[in-house]
Design a binder for this molecule. Sequence first.
Ligand code: HEM
Ligand SMILES: *[C@@H]1O[C@H](CO)[C@@H](O)[C@H](O)[C@H]1NC(C)=O
Ligand SMILES: *[C@@H]1O[C@H](CO)[C@@H](O)[C@H](O)[C@H]1NC(C)=O
Ligand SMILES: *[C@@H]1O[C@H](CO)[C@@H](O)[C@H](O)[C@H]1NC(C)=O
Length: 453
Amino acid sequence: MSLVGVLARCILAVLSFLQCLLPHRKGTIPEAGFILNKLLDLLFEDDNLLKLEFLTDFYEDFGLFRFDNKIYIFDQKLTQTVINKLEKGAQDYLENSPLKDTILGSTNRSPEVRRAIATIFRKSVLEEKGNLIIKDVEKLCDNIAEEANAGQLVNVTDWSLRMAMDVVGHMLLQLDMHALEGQQQLLLECLMTILHRCYALGEITADSKEFKEANDKFEKLTTKILADALKIEDHHDEKRLVVKLHEACGFDLARDNMKLFLMAGSETTAATIPVLLYLLTTYTDVQEELRAEANENIDALYKDPSLALPKLEAVLKEVLRVYPIAPFISRQTLEEVNVGDFTFEANTDIKAFTWGIHRSKNQWSKSKEFIPFRFLDNSSRVSSKMYIPFGAGSRVCIGQHLAWLELKIATAVMLHRFNISKIQETRTLRFVTDWAHAVVHPDKDLLFRFEVR
Ligand code: HEM
Ligand SMILES: *[C@@H]1O[C@H](CO)[C@@H](O)[C@H](O)[C@H]1NC(C)=O
Ligand SMILES: *[C@@H]1O[C@H](CO)[C@@H](O)[C@H](O)[C@H]1NC(C)=O
Ligand SMILES: *[C@@H]1O[C@H](CO)[C@@H](O)[C@H](O)[C@H]1NC(C)=O
């Protein structure tokens, strides 16, 4: 750390100490003043996620703070109340996003759409079709093996996105996307332009020509995918998701929600896998331990995809604790409301700040460290903590069981087939944040060395 950095840290420590001494009035929502903001700029430049994490520790006793006209909440009880009591709110940020009109952003719970799609997201229904995920994961591993045998490094960021897209196709849309076979190039490029270049990296704005072109192309491509899908005749008793969606909300909304499944369903799991592999190649003994578990259970897992893999799942849980890919949950007030001792004015953006909650030293021991088997501990030391990687309440992530099944199977099969190691160029993990869709990604593509076992 630079001298300026050290100095800034010292001043912050003093401020933090003074803050504890000052009595604070009930119901006050603290906000960083001029000096604190300057120090944060010095330390974290424009990385707002790190600033917010710092402020969570700084305002520990308050349970919330105001930053950039939004209120960030991390106190356990307040968070629960806010998630359950307030309306979902993200429309403002989604103004230019292709997901503007989908169930993700809308305050309205769109009951007719939910009814149409509820069954397919059910845990038992997904587990029954788990063999489709296994097939996609095998295809992923065959592709990786080919690169590995040719002595190439493997671009896990790219392969994870392709696999996740095929899984959404097979598990939800009942379509072959063939992304792992090299198709969907345009669709993937649109996704990268919209989600990465514009929303996460800020290289282009939502007004730019490039963004508009990508958005239009994304619309055309998804329109065609849906139109083609609707032409296929149903052979099963159970109607396909695309058909049900179409019946429930008409073509345009069905297409937009299909965009949502492709984006939310691919991006999130695809961002988690490189992070997981980064950790498993850093903590190589953990990789060995999980591989032993995977090897021992691989036949049983192929027979029954719902099989529990306690160690692997504990590690996955810890990955999503220390790096929650969805770093906050958006809510809004429509009118003035009282929550606990606080009054929130009408039309306030409120964020349940998952990233801060999961990394708060108030709640977890060694909170900012990856403690791989923390979740194997059944005692209340873990179970009483607030852990909300998929949100909570009636708007909890609808895809959480799919994400979990997919991550579990992909990790087990990859570890069974490969030794995985870091490459020299890999730097410490850093994240960029897509504030509109509430997702973080590693700031660079992650490449690893794979060896076929
Ligand atoms: C590691 C993977 C994932 C994480 C961390 C994640 C996280 C989240 C979070 C935090 C929310 C917001 C909850 C709230 O506002 O209370 C959400 C909503 C949602 N997620 Fe996920 N998600 C993941 C994977 C998926 C997948 C695979 C799909 C599949 C399509 C999906 C579809 C959705 C949808 C449709 C919503 C909106 C639900 C609603 O508004 O009622 N997610 N997700
Ligand atoms: C990894 O794959 C992505 C997506 O195809 C590509 O844009 C990127 O250039 C690749 N990264 C490297 C370092 O090869
Ligand atoms: C935790 O619970 C599981 C079953 O729920 C049990 O098999 C395991 O032994 C317990 N672990 C500890 C450390 O108590
Ligand atoms: C994989 O790793 C193990 C343990 O580190 C080692 O014994 C084995 O030789 C490796 N296999 C390959 C093919 O690299």
